[in-house]
Design a protein around this ligand. Structure first.
Ligand SMILES: NC(=O)c1ccc[n+]([C@@H]2O[C@H](COP(=O)([O-])OP(=O)(O)OC[C@H]3O[C@@H](n4cnc5c(N)ncnc54)[C@H](O)[C@@H]3O)[C@@H](O)[C@H]2O)c1
Ligand SMILES: O=C(O)[C@H](O)CO
Length: 386
């Protein structure tokens, strides 16, 4: 027998039944759905991660669409149940969708939405914060103060790394990786080396132009280099930030061998997905190299950390909060809701999922389009002419 789940219902007489597996920030997303004849059911169960069984219970016999979370396992079982209940739409409230079996969704004719763009700057800002916290040992120093250990200024107290003039390395120079690179280059005048499967032309142009600007002001210009391998970045960079998607090609991209070629005093930041780093190998590396430091937002077995990580003074760890600004989280909820609504209403696909601002303007109605559907092509969804 299915476990009962607690829900909050909005617009009980709405024609389309849309479920959100979690309460999400803001109310605009709820209003956008209820205004379009949706009955919205929000799961309020006091359980952080819902199981497949919990979600099956939520879907029930009739469900038009679901907004889900990155902690949930959206595979064959859930997509077949959603399709059987008449559902044609699912959206993750996240840009990453490695928790979703997109092929299974496509097989059952279910569109899979995600929330790109709205979280780019917020996530890059957290990666920049972790870079600073790790390089200047902010968390260690804060703990020291609170423990009452500070008894006066000392030449050697919490000496860290200067960023200015050093090299920032970016693995995965997509939306977030490029935004992070710009922050570190503009903010700290670092030189860039990056590795991506594609050329980051706009980023390269930005660094060239900024370098010229600095030079014209009598300052040392910043430089950029596109590496031909990830290893080149690991060897040369002083601060390395990981921003690829998680897939078969990026699983354990950072492992014992790749850690071994990094500088002994390098800083490594991960705001992508935990399994991009072999965390067991990382803990060993942190133990053997006390001057090597990391800033981690994501972990291999979330919500857990691999044994030993919590004791490492040279690690700054935060609980997957990179996109956690109010504006961004409300925007993510809006995009996820509009993906589901758009598919239910038969709207076309938004032509540029990298430019989602028109959906986020609170003062005007959103475009009649699905902001971002990752399996649009196999489902034969056409792009909007708007
Ligand atoms: N920590 C968080 O809260 C948080 C927030 C947002 C996004 N993310 C993660 O960040 C990822 C990136 O988001 P985005 O919006 O920048 O996506 P994006 O698609 O714009 O960028 C990803 C980049 O990775 C590159 N890439 C793919 N495989 C690669 C490989 N093997 N080696 C090097 N580069 C490779 C792609 O070419 C692309 O440029 C998401 O998929 C998500 O997992 C995490
Ligand atoms: O992929 C994402 O969007 C994050 O992990 C949560 O913002």
């Amino acid at each position: 027998m299915a476990t009962p789940v607690s829900i909050e219902v909005w617009n009980p007489n709405g024609k389309y039944r849309v479920i959100s597996t979690k309460p999400m920030p803001g109310t605009r997303w709820i209003r956008l759905l209820t205004d379009q004849n949706c009955r919205v059911e929000i799961c309020t169960q006091k359980k952080t991660i819902l199981s497949v069984e919990d979600i099956l219970t939520l879907i029930g016999d009739k469900c038009d669409g679901v907004i889900g979370q990155l902690t949930e396992d959206w595979g064959e079982v859930l997509f077949s149940a959603l399709s059987k209940a008449g559902g044609k739409a699912f959206s993750n409230m996240a840009v990453g969708y490695n928790n979703v079996d997109v092929d299974a969704a496509t097989k059952y004719g279910v569109a899979v939405g995600n929330t790109p763009g709205v979280l780019t700057e917020t996530t890059a800002e957290l990666a920049a914060s972790l870079s600073l916290a790790a390089s200047r040992r902010i968390v260690e120093a804060d703990e020291f103060m609170r423990a009452g250990l500070y008894d006066g200024w000392l030449p050697h107290l919490f000496v860290g790394n200067l960023l200015k003039g050093q090299t920032v390395g970016v693995i995965g120079a997509g939306r977030i990786g490029s935004a992070y690179a710009r922050m570190m280059i503009e903010g700290f005048k670092m030189n860039l080396i990056y590795f991506d499967l594609y050329q980051a032309t706009r980023l390269e142009k930005f660094v060239t132009a900024y370098g010229q600007f600095l030079k014209s002001n009598g300052e040392e210009p910043v430089t950029w280099k596109r590496a031909s391998s990830m290893q080149e970045v690991l060897r040369e960079a002083d601060v390395i930030s990981l921003h690829p998607i998680l897939d078969k090609t990026t699983y354990h991209l950072i492992n014992k061998d790749s850690l071994a070629i990094m500088k002994k005093e390098a800083i490594l930041v991960n705001c992508s997905r935990g399994p991009v780093v072999d965390e067991v190998a990382l803990v060993e590396h942190l133990k053997e190299n006390p001057m090597f430091r990391v800033g981690l937002d994501v972990f291999e077995d979330e919500p857990f950390m691999k044994p030993g990580l919590r004791d490492m003074k040279n690690a700054v760890v935060v609980p997957h909060i990179a996109s956690a600004s109010k504006w961004t989280r409300e925007g993510m909820a809006t995009l996820a809701a509009l993906n589901v609504l758009g598919k239910i209403k038969g709207y076309p696909l938004w032509s540029n999922p990298n430019q989602v601002e028109p959906f986020l303007d609170e003062n005007s109605p959103p475009p009649a389009a699905c902001p971002s559907i990752v399996n649009a092509k196999p489902l034969g969804l056409t792009a909007s002419k708007l």
